[in-house]
Design a protein around this ligand. Structure first.
Ligand code: GLA
Length: 399
């Protein structure tokens, strides 16, 4: 069955945008198959927008751009399958795709059949140029049915950017994952605001239908198609990847994995983090505590009173994972180092219960032994710490 766990793979948009070719994609397939990505679980290679010609053919079929794909799309899909991977493609629910190529509105069943013939295993389905009076839920449902009728098992990856509160209905129309925000860009603010905006919706994300927080930018360092603003630091990429894993959402890589820095490759292949993402129980993280500050609202010099808004700056999460284990995770959104205190009573473990937590640092492997009552840790600016924990009886008084 497809879609039980959050999908893992690679998508062409972040790095290549319009500049995709067969040659590049085959190189990516080779890297995925040969350099540990496939073993780590990254199985879908997905072509995003810009693969087609601007016109359909006489039969109304989509046509791959022969300059970009001289042997057609099926040849790419075959190559990808031969490398033990799965193949994904892109279309859109509107009249034209976001980049202005023909899209599947009123061609849903025809396009789904064509994709199935080509050997497509995954369809990303965007939302640009959607007719004003058309019904969004219905059009996504039509494509969902078209995929079911296509004769091939195709993972349906809807991408309507969270419009019409997508988390409330995507599961009910057969979608396997749904993009829940606008596009990610390769900077700290972008991924952090995506994560924070989805935190309250993660309880609706689970087996067979996951909230999709967009393709990762980890390791891009402002190379490629989504560079806006300041490039991320290595620690910020560590925050991004581990937040996606804690959220238990699809892990779709966006960086050019042919040239990825070794440190970033290590991060993206980190078995412990991937195991958190792919955990059987698929539970969202619980916010044990957060520290918030009031910050001035920018660009409102005309306001009589200075406007201020709440910004959450320090997070402590606890995520229940299978085997009676837990992940405790600290995120420091301040630019300066901060001490974070986790009072175990806030995480369901009061002192008097007689249990402590055996804690192991996920990044360093350091074993902290059994900690009781509280855990205090220093986290540098824009950085995080994650621990795998289990309950251990402590000597002495038990409630
Ligand atoms: C939209 C999507 C992106 C990408 C582009 C392609 O912006 O949200 O993920 O697919 O379209 O044009």
């Amino acid at each position: 069955m497809i879609g039980k766990k959050p999908a893992m793979g690679w998508n062409s948009w972040n790095t290549f945008g319009n500049n995709i070719t067969e040659e590049l994609l085959l190189q990516i397939a080779d890297v995925m198959a040969e350099q540990g990505y496939k073993e780590a679980g990254y199985e879908y290679l997905v072509i995003d927008d810009c693969w087609a010609l601007k016109e359909r053919d006489m039969q109304g079929n989509l046509v791959p751009d022969p300059e970009k794909f001289p042997h057609g799309i099926k040849a790419v899909a075959d190559y990808v399958h031969n490398r033990g991977l799965k193949f994904g493609i892109y279309s859109c629910a509107g009249i034209l795709t976001c980049a202005g190529y023909p899209s599947s509105y009123d061609h849903e069943f025809q396009d789904a059949r064509l994709f199935a013939e080509w050997g497509v295993d995954f369809l990303k389905y965007d939302f640009c140029n959607f007719p004003e009076n058309a019904d969004c839920v219905n059009r996504y449902h039509i494509m969902s049915m078209a995929l079911k009728a296509s004769g091939r098992e195709i993972l349906f990856s809807a991408c309507n950017w969270g419009m019409h509160d997508s988390w409330n209905w995507m599961r009910s129309i057969g979608v396997h994952m749904y993009r829940s925000t606008g596009d990610i860009f390769d900077n700290y603010q972008s991924f952090m605001s995506i994560f924070q905006s989805q935190l309250e919706h993660l309880s609706q994300s689970g087996p067979y239908c996951y909230n999709d927080m967009d393709m990762l930018t980890v390791g891009m360092y402002n190379q490629g198609n989504v560079a806006i603003g300041k490039p991320c630091t290595d620690n910020e990429y560590k925050m991004q990847f581990s937040l996606w894993c804690l959220a238990g959402v699809p892990l779709i890589l966006g960086a050019d994995i042919r040239t990825l820095a070794p440190k970033m490759k290590e991060l993206l292949l980190n078995k412990e983090l991937i195991a958190i993402d792919q955990d059987e129980e698929c539970r969202p993280p619980f916010v044990v505590s957060k520290r918030s500050v009031m910050v001035p609202v920018e660009n409102r010099e005309d306001a009589i009173e200075p406007l201020r808004r709440v910004k959450d700056k320090l997070f402590t999460f606890l995520k229940h994972v299978s085997g009676n284990e837990f992940i405790i995770a600290y995120y420091n959104l301040f630019e300066e180092e901060q001490e974070i205190l986790c009072t175990f009573a806030d995480a369901g473990i009061p002192y008097a219960c007689g249990y402590g937590l055996a804690m192991k640092d996920i990044f360093t492997g350091e074993d902290l032994g059994v900690i009781r009552d509280y855990h205090r840790v220093s986290v540098s600016g824009h950085d995080c710490r994650l621990y795998r924990c289990r309950l251990v009886p402590c000597n002495g008084y038990r409630a």
